[in-house]
Design a protein around this ligand. Sequence first.
Ligand code: ARG
Ligand code: ZN
Length: 852
Amino acid sequence: NPVNLADYRAPAYQVEHVALDFELAPEATIVKARLQLRRNAPGPLKLDGRKLELLSVSLNGEPLGDNRYTLDEDSLTIQDVPDQAVLETSVRINPAANSELSGLYTSGSGLFTQCEPEGFRKVTFFPDRPDVMARYRVRMRADAAKFPILLSNGNKLSSGVENGIAHAEWEDPHPKPSYLFALVAADLVSLKDEFTTRSGRKVDLGIWVERGDEARCAHAMGALKRSMKWDEDIFGLEYDLDIFNIAAVSDFNAGAMENKGLNIFNTAYVLADANSATDMDFQNVERVIAHEYFHNWTGDRVTCRDWFQLSLKEGLTVFRDQEYMSDQFSAAVKRIADVRLLRATQFRDDAGPLAHPVRPASYLEINNFYTTTIYEKGAEVVRMYRTIIGREAFRRGMEAYIAKNDNAAATVEDFWAAMQSITDIDLKQFMLWYEQAGTPEITFDESWDDAAQTFTLTLRQRTAPTPGQPEKQPLLIPVAIGLLNQTGEEIHAETLLLRETEQSFTFKLPQKPGAVSLFRHFSAPVKLKGQSRARLAFLAAHDSDLFNRWDALQQYASAVLLDSVATHQIGQPFTLDEGLKDAIAATLRDATRDPAFAAEALILPMESLLADDMTVVDPDAIHLVREAARKALGQALSAEFHAVYEQFANAAPDDVSGPAMGARALRNAALSYLTAAEGPAFAAAQFTAAGNMTEKLAALTNLVDEPGPARESALHAFYTEWEHNRLVLDKWFSVQARSNASDTLTRVQALASHAAMDLRNPNRVRALIGAFTANPWKFHDKSGAGYKLLADFVLRLDETNPQIAARFVTALGLWRRFDTKRQGLMKAELERILAREQLSRNTYELASKALA
Ligand code: ARG
Ligand code: ZN
C-alpha cells in the first residue's frame, strides 16, 4: 500500500545523538548503535530495519526480552519507552550479499554505503526518516591489510593500526538525517589539496580512489575548489567542516551522493583525463562535483521533512549546478543543453502514464521518484521564481530560506514562504507548479491597432489531464518576451505574468512589431504551439536571444522533418527543404562567432523528439527521414562542412577549456554530416589520428553505423586498448547499442552475454541497456525483439538490484503512442514482467502504472 503525503505525522521520538560501532568484515559486519532518544510526539518507538540479524537490544542499560518488543521484516517496535531513553542494539549484516547497492555493500575489495533514501535501515535499527536529525559519532575497526582507509562523516578524531586491525573514530558536529550517513572502508589512495574559506577556515580536501587512478582526479579537485568559491561568491554559503572527502566507487546506483563531509561518487563522475574521458565526461564531472558540493547547504544543512519534498533539495541543487556551469562556460549553450534534456526526458514522462507532480502526493517505492520531474522540472520551478521576482530578490529569498530553516527539515512551502516574504508579487498561485503534473501548452494570438498604435498579445494555457488529475488549474507562468522590428532589432522586452487560462497584454509601440519572440531563455517549462514557419525562420536568423534562435531552428526543423515523415508514409521520395538548408548554411557561416553554439544548432531534432509530435509514432519513417536529411544537408553543403572541419582542427588534445571543447563539438557535428554524405573515410582517418577520447569516440560513433571491416577493426582496436579501463569499456558497449547499423539488435543480444558484461555493475548495465533504449529505431524494432531483450533484463536485474531494474521499465511506458502491433508487443512484455512472482515493489509500481 502506498505512502501518502496527507498521512504525514511527526516522529514519536527524536534522536539527539547516535554512537555507532562497526566491526567491519565483508560477510559479517557487527553494528552496535547507541541512540539517545527524546519524545517528540505521541506513539510507540518504531525503528526501521531490514535484513538485520538482531543480536541484542537494551533500554537504559537493561537488556530487553522478546516480550518487550515486536520484530518484523521492516521494523522493531518497543513498548513502554520513557520520554528520555538510551537504546542500544547490536546487529549482524552481510555486506557481501548486498547486491541492491543500498545500505552497506562491497564493491571491488572495499566496503561502501549508500543510504539515501532508505538504506540506513539496512545498517542498523533507526527511525530512518529525514525529519529525525541527530549528531553522529562513528567508530570503525577492520582488517588493516584489506581496509587501511576508514572514512565517515564530519571530522576525524583518531585513527591508527593495532595488531593488524585498523581503527578510526569520526564525529560529525552537525545534526543530520540518517540518509546522509556514510562509511567507507577500503584500500584507497587520495589526491589531497586544501581550500581556505572566505572567513579563514582551512579545509582539507581529499579525493579517494583506487591505486593508479590518482592521476585522473585533478579535474574533479579543480571543480571542487571552483564550486566552493562559487557558492561563497554567489550565495554567500561557506563550507562548515575542516574536512571534505570524496570517495569514488565503481558499483553505484546513482551518479553521486552528498553525505555530509563524505560525498560518495560513481567513478564515472570523478575520474577524467583527456586520454580516457570525453569533453562531455569532463563537464559531467564538473557538474556533479558542484551538485553534490552545493547540497551541503541545500540538502544537508537544510534537509527535507519527508520524501515527498525531494525536489526541495534536488530541484534547487540542480538549479544551482546549472547556474554554476553556465558561469564556467557559455550560458546560452548550457541552457540549450538543459532544455534539450528536459524535453527529451521530462516532457515525455509528463505526457505518459508515469507522469507525477514535482511534489508527488503518493508513492509505493520512493526510489522510483528520483526522476527528471523531481530534478529537472524541479530546477525549472526554482528558476521561475527567480524570473518572476528578479535576481536580486531571489538572492535575498535564498538567504531567508537558509536562515529560517538551518539545521531543520523543511517543506516546499517553506521555500515558497521565503520567496514570498521578499516580494510584493502574489505567489499564491505558484504552488500549483508543485502540485500539478503535465506540461502546459501555450497558444497565442497577436493583433495590431494602427489607429491606437497598440499591439495586443493574447496568451492561452492548457494542461492536458494526467493520471489522477483530470482537471487542471491555470498556472502562474513567467513569459519573457521580446518584440522585434522588421530587421530583428529589439524594440521592447519584458517578462509577462500569465495567470489566467486566457489573458491579453497590450503594448503601446512606435511601430508594428515584425515578430514576437516568446519564452525567451525558456522562461517556463511549457510547450509553445502555433508559430508559423515564416516566424520560426525569421527568429532562427535574427533573434537576439540565443536560446530562442536555437529553438526556432529546432522547431522549424521539426516541422519540416515531420512533413517529410508524412510524405514518406504515402510513398513519396524525400526532398530537402530549402529553408532548412539555408538555416544550416547560415549557422555554418556564423560558426566562428560561437562554435559551441553552432555545434548545438547543427544537431537535428532527436528522433524521440520528433516521435513526441506524432499521433501514432512511426519509428522507421522518423529514422529514415532524419538520416535522409542529414545526408542531403551533408551533400548540399559539402564545401561548407569541409571548411568547418578543417578550420576548427587546432584545439590542443588536452585543452578542456570552453573554446577548445566548442571547437571539437563543432568539428564532430560536421563529421557526422560528412560521414552521412560521403561515407566513413573521414571518420576512419579521425579514429586513427585522434589525440583524445572526444575525437576518438566521435569517430567510432560514426564508424559503427556501417557493418564491415572498418567497423570491426575500429571496435577491436578500441577494445584492445581499453579492456582494462571500466569506464572506457562502458563506452565500447554503449556505442554499439546506439548504432544505426542493420545488425544492432543481434549485436546487443550478443553483448548481453559478453564476458565483460557485469550485471552487478550499474554503469555497465546502463551502458548496454540504457543506451539501447535510447536508440528508438532499434529498440522499437517491429519484431518486438528489442522489447523482449529489455524485459529479460528487467526480470534478471529485479532479483539482484530492483532500483536499476525498475528504471528500465519506463522505456515500455510509452506503448499507447505506437501502432497497434507495437502496442500489443510492449504490453505483452509489461504483462510478462508483472506475472513474475516476488517481483520487487520498485518494478511492480512502475510496470503496473505503465500498463494502467
Ligand atoms: N541525492 C543524490 C543526488 O542527487 C542522489 C541519490 C540517488 N538515490 C537514489 N535512490 N536514486 O545527487
Ligand atoms: Zn542531488
